[in-house]
Design a protein around this ligand. Structure first.
Ligand code: SF4
Length: 181
């Protein structure tokens, strides 16, 4: 919309007049309307922040498969709506052009990382684990000292359970956690 100079002055004067008549400016109401407009047609998902073991509740709003808003869940007993800076910045993990989505492989002597399929990456890792286990197995004590597992603060209880079972099954006692290093 284009306004002539005269129309602009008229509009400004009438706006000032309305504001100066003491009509209450309902900031909360305006904020709520803005909030609803921002989230229009978005689907709401309750979730948990995965950055640390605090397990703060978050609410995600997704529109057209894009995360458009993220905030602390006011009904969650742990954080009651608040988030620390890591949790508040969680959206950058989801919507980040630098995020690596596929495995990369650098062959022996190679200088460049090459993209490979998940199947090829899993097979390579499985073969390496088997070779190390077979060549270092100690029959007298039924274990190997050459395999270890380094967990992460990003793992949940179920993932930790599976990884602990896995490394025990491989015959190693070396199960560590990145947060203690
Ligand atoms: S918001 Fe912060 S304190 Fe809460 S779980 Fe995430 S990283 Fe931990």
């Amino acid at each position: 919309m284009t306004l002539s100079r005269r129309q602009f002055i008229k509009l400004s004067v009438s706006t000032i007049t309305v504001l100066s008549t003491g009509l209450p400016f309902e900031a909360e109401k305006a904020r709520a309307i803005g909030y609803n407009l921002k989230l229009r047609n978005a689907t709401e998902y309750p979730s948990i922040c995965h950055f640390c073991s605090g397990g703060c509740g978050i609410i995600l709003h997704v529109r057209d498969e894009k995360l458009i808003n993220l905030e602390g869940d006011p009904d969650h007993p742990t954080n009651k709506g608040s988030l620390c800076p890591k949790g508040a910045a969680l959206g950058q993990v989801r919507e980040n052009p630098n995020r690596i989505l596929n495995p990369l492989y650098r062959p022996p002597g190679g200088k460049e990382w090459q993209p490979i399929s998940w199947e090829a990456a899993i097979e390579k890792i499985a073969n390496k684990i088997k070779t190390v286990r077979d060549t270092t197995w100690m029959n007298e004590v039924s274990r190997t000292d050459s395999l270890g597992l380094l967990g992460s603060a990003e793992l949940d209880n179920e993932e930790c359970y599976i990884m602990t079972k896995f490394i025990r099954l491989m015959g190693s006692n070396y199960n560590e956690h990145q947060a203690r290093v």
